[in-house]
Design a protein around this ligand. Structure first.
Ligand code: VGL
Ligand code: ZN
Length: 209
């Protein structure tokens, strides 16, 4: 299948930040490999947004906040939360975009996870599943009808962003080779199954024209 990029197509670059790249506190294997691909994509889309994971110190998603070990889970008001190493702390170097990520064509930076009590894997809706981030409104006002996604991590923030983009009524295409996954307890397989179930398409860089 070949996908041709048109004026109603938006690219959302998800969480291409130092803490998700090798050397970061929540490094995704080979995470920095997505940087040149995200840059190449950004040059081809008329509408480009980027999400930035942006947590205050002591965030509810940090294992350290609960005196627990990372990668377990805890029950919060809004449901089950995976506990992560401290990452993307507001203002820290780990929260910055990868220094080779080209932001020249990024027209909107959407920060998420800023509420100390509520996580947000999704760029559209926080983990309470109720609080909107405003990204849907931004993309709609810009005239977007279809959303392409790339970035980190495929099985968490890319997946949740894709699912919520679809729920908002956008056509959604995940550019799979421009993503990398964490793959925690079957999360990658689960995300790919959700994509199929919800009509979220997957493509590769070479399929775009
Ligand atoms: C992410 C875990 C915690 C992601 C963000 O960007 O996929 N994963 N916060
Ligand atoms: Zn996070």
């Amino acid at each position: 299948m070949s996908w041709s990029i048109g004026p109603r197509d938006a690219l959302v670059i998800v969480d291409v930040q130092n803490d998700f790249c090798p050397g970061g506190t929540l490094a995704v294997a080979d995470g920095d490999a997505v940087v040149p691909l995200a840059n190449a994509l950004a040059r081809r889309f008329p509408i480009v947004a980027a999400t930035q994971d942006w947590h205050p110190a002591g965030h509810a998603s940090f294992a350290s906040t609960h005196g627990a070990e990372p990668f377990g889970t805890i029950e919060l008001d809004y449901g089950t939360q995976v506990l992560w190493p401290d990452h993307c702390v507001q203002g820290s170097p780990g929260a910055e975009f990868h220094s080779d990520l080209d932001l020249d064509r990024v027209q909107c930076v959407l920060r998420k996870g800023w509420n100390p009590a509520v996580d947000s894997y999704s760029g559209f809706r926080e983990a309470d599943r109720a609080t909107s981030t405003g990204l849907e409104g931004y993309l709609t006002e810009r005239g977007a009808e279809r959303v392409f996604l790339c970035g980190l991590a495929l099985d968490f923030c890319v997946a949740w962003t894709a699912i919520d983009a679809r729920a908002a009524g956008f056509d959604v295409v995940v550019v799979e080779d421009a993503c990398r996954a964490i793959d925690l307890g079957g999360s990658l397989e689960g995300a790919l199954a959700e994509f199929d179930e919800r009509g979220i398409a997957r493509c590769r860089m070479a399929d775009l024209s």
